[in-house]
Design a protein. Sequence first.
Length: 359
Amino acid sequence: MKTKITIFLIACLAFSCGSSKVATTESKVSTEKKYNVLTVAFYNLENLFDTEDDTEKNDEASPIMEMQNDREQAYQSKLANMAKVISEIGADVTKNSPAIVGLCEMENRKVLEDLVNQPGLVEKNYGIAHYDSPDRRGIDVALLYQKDLFKLQSATNHELLIYDNNDPEKRVYTRDQLLVTGLLDGDEMNFIVNHWPSRSGGEARSRYKREKAAALNKSIIDSLQAVNPYAKIITMGDLNDDPTNTSVTKVLGAKDEKENLETKDLYNPMMDLFKQGIGTLAYRDGWNLFDQMIMSKPLLDEDFSSYRFYKVGIYNKNYLANPRGRYKGYPFRSWSDGGFTNGFSDHFPVYVYLIKEVN
C-alpha cells in the first residue's frame, strides 16, 4: 500500500508527530504537489529469543532461558509486543506499517518467521533477509520488507573480523553486517543493517571495535558507490555510539550538514536530535542516540521523481516508556532482574519517511 499525500503533507506530518510526541527533523519539500510516502524503520528487539535450547549458541544465558516458568507465555507476549510496535511505526501518516524494517537482537530465522506471522503483520506479507552471525551471545541482524513494495534483488552477509587488542590471536565474535539491494516501489535502494560491538569493558577500551565496524560499513558503501556513485543507500542500526563519536564522524564519515555535500558523502540526520538531548536509550539519567539512520547524498536531492528523504524521527510514544518508578520515562524494557516485564525494548525505534512525487 502506498499513500498519496497532497498539499497538506507538511501540516499532516507536523500534526501527527506533535500529537504522538515523536521527535523529528525534516527536509525541505514543495507542498503544492502529490506524493507517495513510505516508512523505513529500525528496531532493536532486546533479546528476542525462542524457548528452545540451541546447543550451538550461548542462548542459555538469554533472559527467557533464565526464566524458571512461563517461558512460552513470555515468548508469545514478546512477539505480540514487537509486532504491535512495528505495525504502528509511521502508520499515523502512511496508514501502513513500514515498507522496510531493519532489526537486531533476535536469535534466529525462526523467531523472525514467528514475528511476521503475528496479527497486525501477517497481512503485510513481509519477506525476511537474514543470516546467522557468529556473535557470542547468539544474536543476529535482519531486514524485513513488504513484498508488495520491495522487490529483493540481492542480500549479502559481510563478516566483521575483530581481534582482541591484548591478544591478537583471540577473535572477538560479534554481529555481521547485512546488505540488501532491491527495488523500492521501482527505485533501486540499498539497505545496510548494523549492530556494532557493545561498550562492554568501557567506552574507551571498546572503541576500536566500533571503529572496525565503521570501517567495514564504509567499505560496503564504497563498493556500492564504485559501481554507481549515485547509489541510494541507507545504513541503519544500533551503533552503540552516538552521532558525535569518532566511529560515525571520522571513520564512517557521516556529516550533519546537508549543505556542500559531495556526491559520495553521507548525511546523518540524527545529529540534530542528539544535540537537542533526545535519545533512543537511557543510562544513569542520560540519553544516548545509538540507533541511527544514515544516508547517501542522492537521497537528499530535490528531484522528487524518485524517492527522497523527507523526515527522520524517533518512535517514542508514551506506551513505549516506563510508566513509573526509578526508570520512569526510560524505554520500557522486556526483561528486568531475570523476569519478563511485558514491556517492549530498552531501545526506542527510529525511522525515516521517503517521499516521491506522483503525477
